[in-house]
Design a protein around this ligand. Structure first.
Ligand SMILES: Cc1cc2nc3c(=O)[nH]c(=O)nc-3n(C[C@H](O)[C@H](O)[C@H](O)COP(=O)(O)OP(=O)(O)OC[C@H]3O[C@@H](n4cnc5c(N)ncnc54)[C@H](O)[C@@H]3O)c2cc1C
Length: 467
């Protein structure tokens, strides 16, 4: 019986902690190993942690673990993008219809919450356990400076982009496991936009703020305490040109002048905060026999520009569970099917996230792009049963990522045709749009039995006045 089996999970980050809760609630014997000491005991400043966007797949993962309500209470709802031009003008672009929104949360607050939830659920958590080696034949884990080993029946590697579980598989079975990390030529740095002296938000709290500047961009997401976490994304060579406060002041005066008054410590934050790398992790296989499974960033780390890294990791948990249910808890069948089902999805969202890097840093302020978005909004309004933007499908539905990517390509063709004939949204012929949609898109929708309705959990949040 599977529930008597010993499950080891390496990495108590977001995916590993959530997965531990889900498996424990189903009665399995779960031990979670984490190389860091217990983050709940550190007096770290949560407001300065990365902020993440939780969308439909993340909401469903939290709901599966019975943690949705508590997690949502840690979030700020986000309804759209606020674009800041060089001259400081603001332009608001709502994400979807009024039923749709995302949720911003501090990564460290979510991680603390998930670790506490795992502990409450009865998961054994071993902090300060740095995985060093795995003997896949004897199914034994070895940890740095620990004499104690751990024997597993099933092992989940949720140890992030630099995964030791993945590296062990690649080193020991090089004919089967090939890994590659494609580093982006841009890095990121966290900055901080504090609350005003009354503890209030200085800019609109329910929006993702973007300062798109071509080669680089700045983004801000609200925290619960009136502050914002700001992230600067920039090519490495540009970062290295900015060493002194004077050079940073010049950058801000030129590109982010409206943020200067809002962010008193931007220059010192810029100098002292670490520069993070961004990459796409690809691994030829995610599973070894029926006993080892990579999940989350360990299997498919992606760049953050679609806000789907954690969300896709939570979807790994959901899909593994769904297949386990379909196979009456037969682990062997589940492992193979999981990789078969979920790998194409991870590959699709990795590519779409890279495309979004160009869109967010470069295009969101471009008039042609804005016209395209307006036409897209018109199609969504006029033809809601057959048109939902790729962004909305990824963010508000559970339609598999690889299907959303294919729908997006068909939609691109239709939008290209419509935009080529007009200079304003008012000029778009709805007759022509309808004809193109029925010719190009509807056959795909029918053959894949697609339902574009917003996921019920996203809608439920609305009903409960979260936004
Ligand atoms: C700037 C930025 C913005 C982002 N924004 C979003 C967003 O808006 N939405 C979204 O969904 N995603 C976002 N992401 C991505 C998201 O943070 C990751 O996808 C998510 O954290 C992956 O979770 P994970 O559990 O797989 O890995 P991690 O969270 O990295 O956890 C891995 C864990 O394994 C532990 N570990 C590592 N090695 C070992 C070892 N040898 N032994 C034991 N333990 C080990 C680590 O200490 C860590 O606790 C963003 C990422 C960045 C960098």
């Amino acid at each position: 019986m599977f529930s008597k089996s010993k499950i080891g999970i390496v990495g108590a980050g977001l995916v590993g902690s959530l997965w531990a809760v889900i498996l424990k609630r189903r009665g399995y014997d779960v031990t979670l190993f984490e190389k860091r000491s217990d983050i709940r005991k550190h007096s770290s400043d949560e407001a300065r942690s990365i902020n993440l966007i939780i969308t439909s797949r993340g909401l469903n993962g939290l709901a599966e673990a019975q943690l949705l309500d508590e997690a949502i209470s840690l979030c700020v709802p986000i309804h759209g993008r606020m674009i800041h031009s060089r001259s400081g003008e603001l332009q608001y672009q709502p994400y979807g219809n009024s039923d749709e929104c995302n949720f911003s949360i501090s990564r460290s607050a979510l991680n603390r919450f998930l670790i506490s939830s795992a502990e409450k659920a009865g998961v054994k958590i071993q902090f300060d356990y740095l995985l060093e080696d795995i003997n896949f034949e004897s199914k034994t884990l070895h940890f740095f400076q620990k004499s104690q080993t751990f024997q597993y029946d099933y092992l989940f590697g949720t140890d992030g982009t630099g995964s030791l579980v993945r590296k062990n598989l690649c080193a020991k079975y090089p004919d089967k496991f090939l890994e590659r990390t494609d580093w982006l030529d841009a890095d990121y740095k966290e900055l901080f936009l504090p609350a005003n002296h009354l503890g209030q938000y200085q800019v609109e709290k329910n929006a993702l703020h973007i300062w798109p500047r071509g080669s680089h961009m700045m983004m801000a997401l609200a925290n619960l305490d009136g502050s914002f976490t700001v992230t600067m994304y920039m090519p490495q060579n540009k970062f290295s040109e900015l060493q002194s406060s004077h050079e940073i002041d010049q950058l801000f005066s030129q590109d982010f002048s409206d943020a200067i008054a809002l962010m008193p410590d931007y220059a010192s934050d810029f100098i002292s905060n670490p520069q993070g790398k961004l990459g796409t992790v690809r691994c030829s296989k995610w599973t070894f026999e029926d006993s080892v499974i990579l999940m989350g960033d360990a299997a498919h780390g992606i760049v953050p520009f679609f806000g789907q890294g954690m969300n896709s990791g939570f979807e790994d948990c959901l899909n593994f569970l769904k297949i386990l249910n379909e196979n009456q808890n037969d682990f062997s069948k589940t492992v193979t099917n999981f990789e078969f089902v979920q790998k194409p999805n991870a590959e699709a969202i990795a590519d779409m996230a890279l495309e979004n890097w160009i869109e967010m840093r470069d295009k969101v302020g471009d008039p042609k792009f804005l016209l395209r978005k307006k036409i897209e909004a018109l199609l969504e309004k006029e033809f809601p049963d057959i048109y939902k933007s790729r962004y909305a499908m990824v963010t508000y539905t559970l339609i598999p990522y690889y299907i959303t990517q294919r729908v997006g390509l068909i939609q691109d063709k239709i939008l290209n045709s419509l935009i080529s004939e007009v200079s304003s949204v008012e000029e778009v012929s709805l007759e022509k749009a309808k004809h193109l949609l029925h010719l190009e898109l509807v056959p795909f929708i029918k053959s894949h039995n697609l339902n574009f309705d917003t996921d019920t959990l996203v809608s439920k949040m609305k009903a409960r006045n979260f936004f």
